[in-house]
Design a protein around this ligand. Structure first.
Ligand code: ADP
Length: 480
């Protein structure tokens, strides 16, 4: 493998290119109209324009990307996450054109891309699943019948769902019909597939996922868990590894279950098996993501591996040289997703120019970044600017480092989730490890964040004044 095209943009494109370079592999970047001056282009050996700014005219146009890849004699395509990374047709198109798709086979993507098909695939492997009805459902009467059996609250979910979309919590029978209609129309508009199903709504769950790696020689490993319970709109904002609630026994059990899920779909490469864990520490399979996750760096830091390097090696047909018993958890890692969003205003996207943009540096700090000062945030794509990752000997150290790194991360011109990240890291519930997916709903409000920022400003002013007065005292000492 001499040349890889990275079919993505932003921080993940850069992150993949860095590893490719380390391995002596040349890279090709692709870009849309609005990304003509994007940062990821500077990390590639070659750059190729692939279309207008909207992603359905550029980063999502598989045929065009393949055409350019062939012209440039590319051996493999790394899809990153999002865009075409979980598109079975694209993976197949690569296979047909003799280009290696750095990821699983299209068949596995297809199986795991649909939540119902995924449940079906794992059902013979004794994997615990959220109680529910595992077929598509359209009749509200039948939905009421099923919900009575499961018990309210229930969750109506889109089979093709992703990104927290197409999910509706229903508390009682009278709301079922309306919520079902809404879930169906949301699913049609977001995924072009209106199939929905019913799951028991687990009231206080934690979202815990397991990283897996599978090679083409039958070896499958798990690289421990990531705790992703701090979410807004069912989407992750802060992730960490390891989770504070897993015992070594539960970790092994969930790791083994994740390996079986990978086996059930004949998996290849890096993937993530997502679980919900309830307050009694029962775990349930949610879904499998057949790609590199946004939050993969926390796993890299605690297990000392480069996941992109292993993805590339697996795609080259090499066997994994690490054994499960060689893998150990070292220290603790935390990741904050820095979105161009306003935490004071319902996390709405915040567009504009990055008038000031300075990253923190230091031991234990990693920033996977896709932007620089002076750039505009395009409205066309996911509004994530970067990921701030900290690593310490233990959780307290990683949290403290995160607070300091947030203070040293300067962004002006747009709003970001940085102050929200600091709020979470300073919150007792987060610090104690005692929280669930409702952290934001339970503990966060813009007023609280505002109060915290004002208190900090006041404290800084008092410290400043004290320092000033002390300096005055020194100056006033008579010189005799
Ligand atoms: P998506 O593919 O859209 O990300 P997931 O099935 O991965 O959807 O779920 C996303 C989040 O939604 C979970 O992390 C969790 O917070 C919540 N969720 C999903 N299913 C349930 C459930 N049955 N009970 C409670 N919360 C759930």
């Amino acid at each position: 493998m001499k040349k890889i095209l990275v079919a993505n943009r932003g921080e993940i494109a850069i992150r993949v290119m860095k590893t490719a370079r380390k391995m002596g592999i040349k890279t090709v970047a692709i870009y849309s109209e609005v990304d003509r001056n994007a940062l990821h282009l500077r990390f590639a050996d070659q750059c190729v324009y692939i279309g207008e700014s909207p992603s359905n005219k550029s980063y999502l146009v598989g045929e065009r990307i393949i055409e350019e890849a062939k012209k440039l004699q590319v051996d493999a395509i790394h899809p990153g996450y999002g865009f075409l990374s979980e598109n079975a047709e694209f993976a197949e198109l690569c296979e047909k054109n003799n280009i290696i798709f750095i990821g699983p086979k299209s068949k596995s993507i297809e199986m795991m891309g649909n939540k119902l098909a995924a449940k079906d695939a794992v059902k013979n492997y004794n994997i615990p699943m959220v109680p529910g009805y595992d077929s598509a459902i359209t009749d509200p009467k039948k939905a009421i019948e099923i919900s009575r059996k499961i018990g309210f609250p229930i969750l109506i979910k889109a089979a093709a769902g992703g990104g927290g979309k197409g999910m509706r919590i229903v508390e009682n029978e009278k709301d079922i019909e309306e919520q079902m209609q809404r879930a169906i129309s949301e699913a049609v508009s977001a995924f072009g597939d209106g199939a929905v199903f019913i799951e028991k709504y687990i009231t206080s769950p934690r979202h815990i996922e397991v990283q897996v790696l599978a090679d083409s020689h039958g070896n499958i490993l798990h690289l421990f868990e990531r705790e992703c319970s701090v979410q807004r709109r069912h989407q992750k904002v802060i992730e960490e590894a390891p989770s504070t609630i897993l015992t070594p026994e539960l970790r092994e059990k969930m790791g083994k279950a994740a390996i079986l899920v990978a086996k059930s779909c004949n998996y290849l490469g890096a993937g993530t098996v997502e679980f919900l864990v309830d307050s009694e520490l029962n775990f349930y399979f949610l879904e499998m993501n057949t790609r590199l996750q946004v939050e993969h760096p926390v796993t890299e830091l605690i297990s000392n591996v480069d996941l992109v390097e292993l993805q590339i090696k697996i795609a080259r047909g090499e066997a994994l040289t690490i054994k499960q018993d060689d893998l150990k958890i070292h220290g603790h890692a935390l990741e904050l997703r820095i979105y161009a969003e306003d935490p004071m205003n319902n996390f709405l996207p915040s567009i504009g120019k990055l008038t000031t943009y300075k990253l923190p540096v230091g031991e234990g700090i990693r920033v996977d970044n896709g932007f620089e000062e002076g750039m505009d945030i395009p409205i066309y794509y996911d509004p994530m600017l970067a990921k701030l990752i900290t690593y310490g000997k233990n959780r307290e150290e990683a949290i403290q480092l995160m607070i300091e790194a947030i203070d040293n991360y300067t962004v002006e011109g747009i709003f970001t989730t940085l102050p929200f990240g600091k709020f979470v890291c300073q919150h007792e519930a987060f610090k104690s490890g005692n929280f669930d997916t409702h952290f934001v709903k339970k503990y966060y409000s813009p007023e609280k964040l505002k109060k915290e920022i004002e208190e900090e400003a006041q404290l800084a002013a008092i410290i400043g004044l004290k320092m000033y007065l002390e300096a005055q005292k020194i100056l006033k000492i008579p010189n005799n």
